[in-house]
Design a protein around this ligand. Structure first.
Ligand SMILES: C[S@@+](CC[C@H](N)C(=O)[O-])C[C@H]1O[C@@H](n2cnc3c(N)ncnc32)[C@H](O)[C@@H]1O
Length: 213
């Protein structure tokens, strides 16, 4: 999987196709991170969440990891422009789940529009790797695309949008997944419980807060 080719276009594409909707999802539960000292953002992409988070919590130590060097570079530029105390921000060019973060170090994990890139087996390994890096009482902020369970036009609409997205991302970014695999059972298996969930766009998007301990 490589988002390198998409990196120069990622921000303008998001703005054109989704306006502020994805950033609204990413930051829905931002305030819940108050008091967290060490944060890990997996698949940081262009760093829109990182910038918001680093501005809101100017002393938090934030580690961002991404498999794409150009995506990570864009996140670094954005954070340097907008976040105070740049030296507390760490950027790691690595691929999960091969990259093994230090165990039980992070008060919070954030995965925004990241877990939907993985097919079920790989997803299980990624969730396990990130859960191991989380402290026993950690929080996990997650936003992603979803397909509403109830039959009807909202489900049909979401299915059509998902099909279009995967048809685009599979050849361009080498995404292996063919559809979204909900990570809920995997998170529960690692001791996390769903504390809050906000859905939007008729069930197409959801923003979750998961807590452990
Ligand atoms: C769909 S983008 C989402 C980026 C960002 N989180 C956002 O909210 O816009 C997925 C990101 O995950 C990164 N990525 C994909 N597979 C990865 C992996 N196995 N390990 C680390 N990063 C990965 C990609 O390079 C890309 O930046």
């Amino acid at each position: 999987m490589s988002f390198d080719r998409l990196a120069p276009h990622y921000t303008w594409m998001e703005r054109a196709l989704a306006g502020p909707r994805l950033q609204r999802c990413r930051t829905t539960w931002l305030e819940e991170l108050a008091g967290c000292r060490r944060l890990l953002i997996a698949g940081v992409g262009h760093g829109h969440f990182l910038a918001a988070c680093a501005r809101r919590f100017p002393t938090a130590e934030i580690t961002s990891v991404d498999a794409s060097a150009p995506m990570l570079a864009a996140a670094r530029v954005r954070a340097r422009r907008s976040a105070p105390n740049f030296s507390r921000l760490e950027f790691i060019h690595a691929s999960l789940p091969a990259w093994q973060p230090p165990a039980a170090q992070f008060d919070a994990i954030a995965t925004h529009f990241f877990l939907d890139c993985f097919a079920p087996e790989e997803l299980a390994r990624v969730v396990l790797t990130l859960a191991r890096a989380a402290r026993p009482s950690a929080k996990w902020l997650l936003s992603d695309f979803a397909v509403p369970e109830e039959r009807g036009w909202a489900r049909q609409r979401a299915r059509a949008i998902h099909a279009t997205m995967y048809a685009f991302f599979r050849p361009i970014a080498g995404v292996q997944a063919r559809r979204v695999t909900p990570p809920d059972e995997l998170l529960r298996g690692q001791g996390f419980a769903l504390a809050r969930r906000q859905t939007s766009e008729w069930g197409l998007l959801h923003a979750d807060l998961w807590t452990r301990g």
